[in-house]
Design a protein around this ligand. Structure first.
Ligand SMILES: [Zn+2]
Length: 105
């Protein structure tokens, strides 16, 4: 779950995990190798909000290099920030997993 406040705080930068098609998975192999199965999306510009309807928001995101879509109230449950990722946390290797994903990008 991602909230409007989190999206505003991210200020149009960073990435989120999308769990609408599959859950995040993180496996640590026998020799300490980390296998991540995470669908990542990048924020594309700031979160749009409305004065009339405080609950409403729309955040544009990009998946891959050309697939763009929006996060809104109706699908906010399908996203979470890497910090809130249950897969990275459960593996107990959050820091190394983050380092690993950074080395890929
Ligand atoms: Zn995740």
């Amino acid at each position: 779950m991602i909230t409007k406040e989190q999206l505003i705080a991210m200020n149009g930068r960073g990435e989120l995990h999308y769990t609408g098609s599959r859950e995040c998975k993180c496996k640590v192999g026998p020799r300490g190798g980390i296998h991540l199965r995470i669908t990542k999306v990048r924020l594309n510009g700031r979160c749009k909000t409305w004065k009339r309807n405080q609950e409403q928001f729309r955040q544009s995101v990009i998946y891959g290099i050309r697939i763009a879509f929006h996060i809104e109230q109706r699908n906010a449950a399908d996203f979470h920030s890497p910090k809130d990722c249950p897969a990275l946390r459960s593996a107990g290797h959050y820091e190394s997993a983050v380092k690993f994903t950074k080395s890929l990008t």
